[in-house]
Write a protein that binds this ligand. Structure first.
Ligand SMILES: Cc1cc2nc3c(=O)[nH]c(=O)nc-3n(C[C@H](O)[C@H](O)[C@H](O)COP(=O)(O)OP(=O)(O)OC[C@H]3O[C@@H](n4cnc5c(N)ncnc54)[C@H](O)[C@@H]3O)c2cc1C
Length: 403
């Protein structure tokens, strides 16, 4: 890979400029209303979504034939440096988690019927979905221990289990549920992914689990869900029976890089707020910008953000080339999650008490950033994946090439 391979073309620069204009004209001014998470903010999201569609910027994670406007990971990374700056913009642009990842697996693994029934409304923004894998009773880091069962009864699956952190389940039209379909199979062949309409009898959304003091509403909830004798057709199986882990890997790889792309926007926004305030705020006879500690934070943040950008663009480029980029994605997942938290935390610190108020977006950004080190696999697991893969090469007498 050459660094020049990662540069945006003129066409992408133009697209990015259009996304930036949209953010400046429509999204940043709307943030105070969007953050209220009430009926008025829902209506505003719908109005903004209509404008995004009109401007041809809708669903930039999906190719046009799947209902989106782009489809290249590298291009999406460049666009997300703008979209990711606002917590709400992913919803406005129709590329919000977990729907973006669900749309991708439906596009790659769904049958024609599944695409028509589930992908079409999802990609159009007419329906939301959830991904239901994690269970409170067992480690989410090691999903080979999942307990939710799907037992075949004729042409139906009967699902029984208990999940939590099914993000966005409140108000969603359907979920993709990871369930054990063959407990005797080798660990990574035991589970399947099954599409379950949210109104199926036996599916109960027990509660939205508050996180960091925030219950959320609709898309921003993390729900506890119970499945009791839930019956769905076997035709709702995504991919083949026993393919759950293989598809999860396909979903989580791109899903993780989508998160990291958005974090690039968050980091850069926090960085800009930190620098602007450091120049403006006076203490001990001069601006905060003159204090060496603050200068160190700014220098460290600049270096780390640029490292995250290049690592992310590199992984995106590899995905576009058909590489699974397992090491590169795990590497940015844990590294960028830490940088995200550090940069926002430094920006809050530079703002003093103001950093904890709602007068800047930093407090909300900080509260959401902490989860980045846990969701889609905690830091420790991604470090383990990176180290194991590199060490495997050395154990076989080889080496690790950074090229
Ligand atoms: C905001 C948010 C949204 C989420 N959304 C979804 C969703 O939509 N759908 C879904 O299914 N799940 C979702 N999750 C769940 C998430 O994927 C799991 O929380 C994650 O996989 C970790 O699982 P766990 O919480 O069970 O932690 P555990 O697996 O119990 O791990 C606990 C801790 O143990 C440590 N640990 C684990 N393994 C190792 C190791 N090998 N070496 C060293 N230390 C280790 C880590 O520090 C880890 O944080 C979400 C979580 C959050 C926070």
């Amino acid at each position: 890979m050459m660094v020049t391979d990662l540069l945006p073309t003129d066409e992408v620069l133009d697209l990015r400029a259009r996304v930036r204009s949209f953010m400046e004209e429509h999204v940043y001014p709307a943030e105070p209303v969007l953050a209220r998470e009430d009926d008025e903010s829902d209506a505003l999201v719908e109005r903004l979504r209509a404008l995004v569609k009109e401007q041809g910027l809708w669903a930039p994670h999906l190719p046009p034939e799947a209902g989106g406007s782009n489809g290249s990971f590298l291009v999406y990374a460049h666009l997300n440096e703008e979209i990711g700056r606002s917590l709400w913009a992913q919803l406005v642009f129709g590329c919000q988690a977990p729907d973006a990842g669900n749309a991708e697996i439906l596009w790659h693994f769904g049958t024609d019927d599944q695409k028509e029934r589930w992908l079409r409304p999802l990609a159009a923004g007419a329906a939301r979905s959830f991904f239901s894998m994690t269970e409170p009773e067992v480690s989410g880091s090691d999903p080979t221990g999942l307990r939710t069962r799907a037992v075949r009864d004729g042409e139906e699956w009967v699902i029984d289990g208990h999940k939590w952190f099914s993000s966005g389940a409140e108000g969603a039209a359907f979920g993709i549920v990871m369930a054990v379909t063959d407990p005797e199979a080798p660990p990574h062949g035991r589970a399947s992914q099954i599409i379950v309409p949210a109104d199926t009898p036996g599916l109960e959304i027990v509660r939205a689990v508050p996180t960091m003091g925030h219950r959320g509403r609709g898309w921003t909830t993390h729900c506890e869900v119970r499945y009791t004798g839930v019956r769905v057709p076997v035709a709702n199986t995504l991919g083949g029976v026993g393919e759950g882990f293989r598809i999860a890997q396909k979903r989580l790889g791109p899903g993780r890089i989508h998160h990291v792309m958005r974090w690039l926007g968050q980091m850069q926004r926090a960085f800009e707020l930190m620098c602007s305030y450091a120049v403006e705020r006076q203490a001990f006879g001069g601006p905060l910008a003159d204090k060496q500690t603050v200068q160190n934070w700014i220098a460290d943040s600049a270096a780390e953000i640029q490292a995250c950008r290049l690592l992310t663009l590199d992984a995106a480029h590899r995905l576009d080339q058909g590489d699974e980029a397992r090491v590169e994605i795990s590497l940015i997942k844990f590294y960028a999650a830490r940088v995200l938290n550090d940069v926002i935390d430094r920006a809050v610190q530079v703002h003093g008490a103001r950093g904890l108020t709602d007068e800047t977006p930093l407090a909300a950004m900080l509260a959401l950033a902490r989860g980045a080190r846990i969701y889609d696999g905690p830091d420790e697991v991604h470090r383990m994946v990176v180290a194991r893969r590199i060490l495997k090469e050395f154990a076989a007498g080889g080496t690790w090439r950074f090229a």
